[in-house]
Design a protein around this ligand. Sequence first.
Ligand SMILES: Nc1ncnc2c1ncn2[C@@H]1O[C@H](COP(=O)(O)OP(=O)(O)OP(=O)(O)O)[C@@H](O)[C@H]1O
Ligand SMILES: [Mg+2]
Length: 368
Amino acid sequence: MENITLAYGEATAIDGLSVTVEDGESLVLLGKSGCGKTSTMRCVAGLETPTRGRITIGDTVVFDSERGIRMAPNKRNVGMVFQSYAVWPHRTIFQNVAFPLQQQRLPKAEIRERVAEVLELVGLTDYAERGASLLSGGQMQRVALARSLVMRPSVLLLDEPLSNLDARLRDRLRVELRDIQQRLGLTCVYVTHDQSEALALADRIALMQGGRIVQIDRPERIYDAPSSAAIADFLGVSNIFPCDPGTTAPTGATATGTTTFRLTGHATEVTSAAPTPAGALTAPRACIRPEDIQLTPEPLTGANTWPGRVDVVSFQGSYVRYRVALKDGPDLDAIVPRRGTSLLGVGEPVWATADPAAIQVLPAEVTA
Ligand SMILES: Nc1ncnc2c1ncn2[C@@H]1O[C@H](COP(=O)(O)OP(=O)(O)OP(=O)(O)O)[C@@H](O)[C@H]1O
Ligand SMILES: [Mg+2]
């Protein structure tokens, strides 16, 4: 996609978006509701006509506003799986999956072979003759996936395909989808607003905000180095605090390479060893992952040791989630592994601490 803009009347849904998806790559579009994810997919599929820009699939230009090219959706060889199942309830699974091939008037034997192949792939071989209305949500979504795969699309577009399913099924199908994508070398664009789904399914993640891509990188790179507090927030960094701008200036850096700054409206000081990006100097935010906070009932001294009191204890099985009200500061979220520790009680005094290397100072937002 090159410089794609899409406006619905006055409103701009996509704002000069450019991105290249490599052959066999799984690109995940991640972003808040209304940021333009579905609109982007609809442009690729040809269901929406961009105001401006060019879209190329393989060697074929499917849309070019300047040259007046607009290939019909059914000519683009794009597969689509959406949130709603879009499965015909009164047909069998075989009929559902075979439908697009019958439209192409392929020989019956070839249709049978190709349908069997994809049903095997999605684990529905034994269900071929079953009526689609008797399926569970997870099975229906597999049928929708099979129906897209049977076309052998050049690009597969998946728009929140798992969001109607319960958490456990979602977890399992996520791994199955990734497995199928990698085994077939499918080129995929996957839309979600669920960060763990994005991290699990992506070769690269594109973070969208206001119809633009504000950061694009491999999942581990985005996780380790989000370029703004808004992105960090999206990736589950629940401790995000505005800082007094003056205190983050590079002149505050000490010989050890750390920078100390004060949280706005509090006496709490925080020391970071991570380099402060230029954009963070005007609206700095201290970002600390809850996993990077340690809690101890013993008094501590030194940098990044904050006294407080346990406010909320939420037992999660392998870990415990605490909310701690800092004595001279904001509330802090901490995730502590369960193993080898005894549970802290509500109201108990604690000291929270964090390694300066785990603290990032980021700009509130980035404007691409
Ligand atoms: N048919 C339409 N007419 C007018 N505005 C629209 C239309 N479709 C989408 N929009 C607007 O365009 C913007 C982007 O919408 P889009 O559906 O692409 O968001 P999204 O990222 O997919 O959100 P969600 O996560 O909620 O599905 C939104 O502000 C939305 O209100
Ligand atoms: Mg959407």
